[in-house]
Design a protein around this ligand. Structure first.
Ligand SMILES: [Zn+2]
Length: 220
């Protein structure tokens, strides 16, 4: 009997650690994971060549120089998302060779927000047609474009929303969390799990139905 109780306890622990949240309609982008070109979502952004202060911590892959550029930081954000190996999604910029042929209805646009707007650092808004996401708009306050750490955190977070991630409220180790701290400026394990759930390389492995620890069954 003891072993049975242990099993249930571990099952519950697994359930409550299922922290990431996704929006109810999840991933509705018109993606096709059969090829790299059709697995891409494109991100169009302003001020690519702008030089800004690099205040990223030494542990960050883009640290080391006193200044950096918006282009460099965007590339590092793409690399972060594209390094989630169990997710088929590929983020790319406007200069990508597949942009002209594949960007229709698969583009996230980043713009500077109206300085008189109500938002704080940034906000993301998906546009949908017939239940399918056709674009996403990210608006960032002007000050977000001034320092690397704020920029990386805000853009990583808002792109997460565009891709279908919501705010997990019960954990701290997530760039999507309400409790995100200064150290969580890029995707954390929980965020990577959310991306894998939404864009699975192998859907049979990525999607499980949690049943309060009594059993887990795979879904298609
Ligand atoms: Zn948010």
């Amino acid at each position: 009997m003891a072993s049975k109780k242990t099993f249930v306890f571990l099952g519950l622990a697994a359930f409550v650690s299922f922290g990431f949240r996704v929006f109810p309609s999840g991933n509705q982008w018109p993606l096709d994971k059969s090829t790299t070109a059709t697995s891409k979502i494109f991100v169009v952004y302003p001020y690519g060549s702008r030089t800004i202060e690099n205040d990223l911590p030494s542990s960050d892959p883009s640290s080391g120089s006193t200044t950096t550029s918006i282009d460099n930081l965007m590339t590092s954000i793409f690399n972060d998302y594209n390094s989630v190996s169990a997710s088929f999604l590929v983020l790319a910029g406007q200069s990508d060779t597949d942009f002209s042929a594949n960007s229709a209805q698969r583009t996230i646009t980043i713009e500077e927000a109206d300085p008189n707007g109500a938002s704080s650092g940034g906000e993301a808004q998906q546009a949908r047609t017939g239940g399918q996401v056709t674009s996403c708009s990210i608006k960032l306050k002007a000050q977000v474009f001034e320092k690397a750490k704020t920029f990386v955190t805000a853009v990583t977070h808002e792109i997460g929303h565009c891709l279908g991630l919501d705010h997990p409220q019960e954990i701290t180790k997530s760039v999507m969390s309400y409790f995100q701290s200064g150290d969580e400026i890029r995707l954390q394990t929980d965020d990577q799990m959310g991306m894998t759930y939404l864009y699975p390389v192998d859907s049979a492995k990525a999607k499980e139905t949690a049943t309060l620890g009594m059993s887990c069954s795979r879904t298609q």
